[in-house]
Design a protein around this ligand. Structure first.
Ligand SMILES: [Zn+2]
Length: 129
């Protein structure tokens, strides 16, 4: 699972549906793998408006990657700094979480990551309407 995916995941247990404290999920006991990916500036730029910058920075730092600046790029800037682009590419697309857990900061529900795939399923009683 790439950090790009992690940046899109929030806890969806019924007790968390109405809070804003269900994101980002806290990574625990993770096993990482670096997998090289082809650079695609357009893709990164297209994703920027959806990106939760602070969540990405804190998650990357928790994993030991301190390459991202505190403040994200201005989405209205037509050009993305070459260095930042490369850094973002690496953090979003090349760091893979192979095994580990994601813990909801609100309800403490644990989502397992196995063989790179997050299991976002909840038990029946946790879904609700
Ligand atoms: Zn939760």
């Amino acid at each position: 699972m790439r950090l790009l995916t992690h940046n899109l995941l929030a806890c969806h247990a019924k007790t968390c549906a109405t809070t804003s404290n269900n994101f980002p999920l806290i990574l625990k006991d993770v096993q990482l793998e670096q997998i090289e990916a082809e650079e695609n500036e357009q893709f990164i730029r297209g994703f920027l408006p959806k990106l939760e910058w602070n969540a990405l920075v804190s998650t990357a730092r928790a994993l030991g990657d301190t390459s991202l600046p505190d403040k994200g790029p201005d989405p209205s800037e037509p050009m993305l700094d070459e260095g930042l682009l490369r850094t973002l590419h690496h953090v979003l697309l090349e760091i893979h979480i192979v095994e580990g857990q994601m813990v909801c900061p609100n309800c403490s529900h644990v989502y397992q990551i196995r063989s790179g795939i997050p299991n976002m399923l909840l038990a029946e009683h946790e879904i609700g309407k």
